[in-house]
Design a protein around this ligand. Structure first.
Ligand code: YH5
Length: 275
């Protein structure tokens, strides 16, 4: 079970987190979801397709992306959070900023998805003073420069050590384990070889005793492996990656293609006894 605001999510079958980008520079949809209205439409579609969680993000964190101001991020994200409040779905907000976390929580967000693992000033306290779930993700470096020269001696051990430390910091701040999710952060300051190592050994992260989230959907590593230049051509590769992640212990998969992922995981769940 994951305690997630007013929701209690069962984790006996893998959950699908649908990605709702509210960024005009989104590489994946050509900026079609730049406006909150379009993002709300997209969110409703992902809900119909069977998303268990909606992840709303107003700051593009893809490699090389520029950062946005608090005001701009709030302007993008808050209308979507508010529009979804009446729906029976937990809304996650993808943000690193304490101020955005506070506003999102006050408006009914059930989860904070932080690629910076609550390292912003006041972020631990903002989440601790609420009942929302939080995803703690690993990255090396800042989004602008993280893909220039990623370096690890042992990527799996180093990412695990970081996540163990952030789980400890969250618990020390008063966020119970039942609200925590961890994520190795595929593509965030990692070469193709690092990403392959992390996915191959994903099951080792189970040792941390916190549910595992994997975000592989349409990422460059899949493009490199399968020879796919365009992100929207990476759906089949993304499905393979989602299935592998689930078989190696991921309890939440963060995806663009909810319908395709749902259908694939239904097959996996029946055969593997996840359902
Ligand atoms: C994640 O893994 N990722 S935003 C580049 C791509 C495709 C997709 C070039 N937020 C994660 O989705 N939050 C993002 O192709 C995330 N885990 C969590 N928890 C980057 C993204 C993407 C980047």
């Amino acid at each position: 079970m994951l305690f997630c605001g007013r929701f209690t999510l069962p984790l006996d079958r893998p959950l699908i987190m649908g990605i709702v980008n509210v960024t005009p520079d989104s590489f994946f949809d050509g900026g079609r979801h730049a406006s909150p209205a379009t993002a709300i439409e997209h969110a409703l579609r992902l809900l119909e397709e069977g998303a268990d969680i909606l992840d709303v993000g107003g700051e593009s964190s893809r490699p090389g992306a520029l950062s946005v101001s608090v005001d701009e991020e709030l302007r993008r994200v808050m209308p979507v959070v508010e529009a979804m409040r009446g729906r029976d779905v937990p809304v996650s907000v993808d943000t690193c900023k304490t101020e955005v976390m506070r506003a999102a929580i006050a408006s009914g967000a059930a989860m904070i998805n932080d690629i910076d693992a609550l390292q912003d000033e006041g972020a631990l306290a903002a989440v601790a003073g609420s009942d929302v779930a939080v995803c703690l993700m690993h990255k090396q470096g800042a989004p602008q420069t993280m893909q220039l020269a990623p370096r690890y001696d042992d990527v799996v051990a180093e990412v695990m050590a970081f996540l163990a430390a952030r789980v400890a910091a969250a618990e020390a701040a008063g966020i119970s384990r039942a609200r925590l999710v961890i994520d190795p952060g595929f593509g965030f300051g990692k070469t193709l070889a690092h990403n392959i190592d992390l996915l191959r050994h994903l099951n080792r992260f189970r040792m941390l005793g916190v549910p595992l989230l994997a975000g592989l959907s349409r990422k460059a590593m899949l493009g490199k492996i399968a020879g796919l230049e365009a992100a929207d051509e990476r759906i089949y590769a993304s499905i393979a990656a989602a299935i592998l992640a689930v078989q190696k212990g991921a309890r939440i998969v963060r995806v663009h293609d909810v319908k395709a992922t749902r259908e694939a995981l239904q097959v996996v769940n029946i055969i593997e006894g996840n359902e």
